[in-house]
Design a protein around this ligand. Structure first.
Ligand code: ZN
Length: 454
């Protein structure tokens, strides 16, 4: 019997990554992510999976970002009782991210109920903080480059993918087939993460395509960030930076620290990291020294380069401060978290600045801000946007089109089939075309819910 892959997410969209691999009645999910962005995408989180969770035998996570791991607590709540295999870095990050995700969902539901703007009465969280805590014991840490057996007869190997702490590509071997999942691939020139490992030999490859249509600018993040922050500081403005708590927050802190050291920003410029999760993650860099480019001194400097804001009271107190200052706060696409309060408070003033630091999925507030919209909807009301919007093209944690192609070229031999996943329809199709024409390999963009033999 053949091995099949069903694309339950991450197909013609960047979120909801979930790839179901089946063989002779055994089933495994590679990634178990939440859909984010457009309402119709988020609604997919509520639809039952085509297979009951108690009939899935194991989960392998490429990395901790919620669009790859955040569905796991729900899977567990609905009856999944297998193991969730992840690198040590990913496991440590999931311990921070999942309970926070449950907490945010509870808060959003409570807020919607209090203010009566939910069309559903009462609004419910997808899962709670407690559900997330209950799912954590399922996590099982694996070492990079070591073969594990998630199901008898199935083998999996995790390899470093750059991108964020713990991020992996996964090679799965079942019934003589070798299936390679790229996961999210970092860029070789990332400010803080190591470059991805070369791709091993495989018959089938699933490759991400977030920036499949793009080439990153040559300019580095320091060169882009310095003039923006100088401008905001000069007019006494507040720079609000929505950051992904895991990864970009640390890269931005490091960049600001370097700019202060080089004398390009005044050392007195106040910087706040207002995300307990990002604060936690920043400390994790000290626990995983081999997985990133930061030296011991760099990681120490990172934790001292900003005022770490922990309590909600401290966070609220920021609103009574005047600029110049920089506030880094999650979430990175402004879909939730404390950054919403800062945007609500500071977006209206033209002296202020909003700096977008990474991929902004369509339908998110981040994408709205990136499109130079005059208003953005926060907490059920339209907030005026007069602040300067800056998009840091160079701050992405994803490989660009050329870098994705370069990673594929490291494979010792051509695979039989490439599936282009984890990209909007446009970027995915452009990468598919490049793989077909430049490498001569078979490549398709699978549809959501479709099943393919491998
Ligand atoms: Zn990611």
């Amino acid at each position: 019997m053949s091995v099949t892959i069903t694309f339950l997410g991450g197909a013609s969209t960047v979120t909801g990554s979930k790839y179901l691999v089946q063989h002779e009645g055994k089933r495994l999910l590679v990634d178990c992510g939440l859909f984010q962005g457009y309402k119709q995408l988020r609604l997919r989180n509520w639809a039952p999976l085509p297979v009951p969770p108690d009939q899935i035998h194991a989960v392998l996570l490429t990395h901790a970002h919620l669009d790859h791991s955040g569905y796991s607590p729900l899977l567990a709540k609905e009856g999944f009782n297998g193991r969730v295999y992840a690198s040590r870095g990913t496991r440590d990050l999931c311990r921070i991210l999942w309970p926070d995700s449950g907490h945010i969902q509870e808060e959003d539901a409570a807020f919607a109920n209090r203010h009566g703007f939910s069309k559903h009465a009462p609004a419910l969280p997808l899962y709670t903080r407690q559900d997330a805590l209950d799912a954590l014991p399922l996590l099982k840490a694996v070492e990079f480059d070591k073969v594990i057996t998630p199901i008898p007869g199935w083998k999996a190997t995790f390899r470093s993918a750059g991108h964020i702490l713990g991020a992996s590509s996964i090679l799965l071997q079942v019934a003589g087939r070798r299936i390679l999942f790229s996961g999210d691939l970092g860029r070789p020139d990332d400010l803080i993460m190591s470059p991805p490992d070369d791709a091993p030999q495989a018959d089938t490859v699933l490759i991400e395509s977030t920036y499949g249509d793009r080439i990153h600018p040559k300019e580095d993040v320091l060169a882009e960030l310095a003039p923006a922050l100088q401008r905001a500081a000069k007019r006494g403005g507040v720079a609000v930076v929505p950051v992904f708590a895991v990864g970009r927050a640390q890269a931005l802190l490091h960049a600001i620290h370097l700019l202060k050291m080089k004398g390009e920003l005044p050392t007195s410029l106040p910087v706040f990291l207002d995300s307990p999760m990002a604060v936690h993650t920043t400390h994790l860099f000290e626990d995983h020294p081999g997985e990133h480019r930061l030296s011991h001194q760099d990681t120490r400097a990172l934790t001292r380069s900003a005022t770490m804001v922990n309590s909600t009271d401290e966070s609220k107190a920021l609103a009574s401060r005047h600029g110049p200052m920089v506030i880094l706060s999650a979430s990175g696409m402004a879909t939730g978290g404390r950054v919403l309060h800062h945007l609500e408070h500071y977006a209206g003033n033209h002296r202020n600045m909003i700096i977008l630091t990474g991929y902004q999925a369509p339908g998110t507030r981040g994408a709205t801000l990136a499109s130079d919209a005059k208003t953005v909807r926060i907490h059920g009301r339209d907030v005026e946007v007069n602040a300067e919007i800056v998009q840091l093209e160079s701050a992405s944690a994803h490989a660009d089109g050329n870098q994705l192609m370069a990673w594929l070229r490291t494979m010792p031999q051509a695979p039989d089939q490439v599936y282009v996943v984890h990209g909007e329809a446009g970027p995915a199709d452009i990468l598919r075309g490049r793989i077909k024409h430049e490498l001569g390999w078979r490549a398709v963009v699978p549809e959501q819910g479709s099943t393919w033999p491998t």
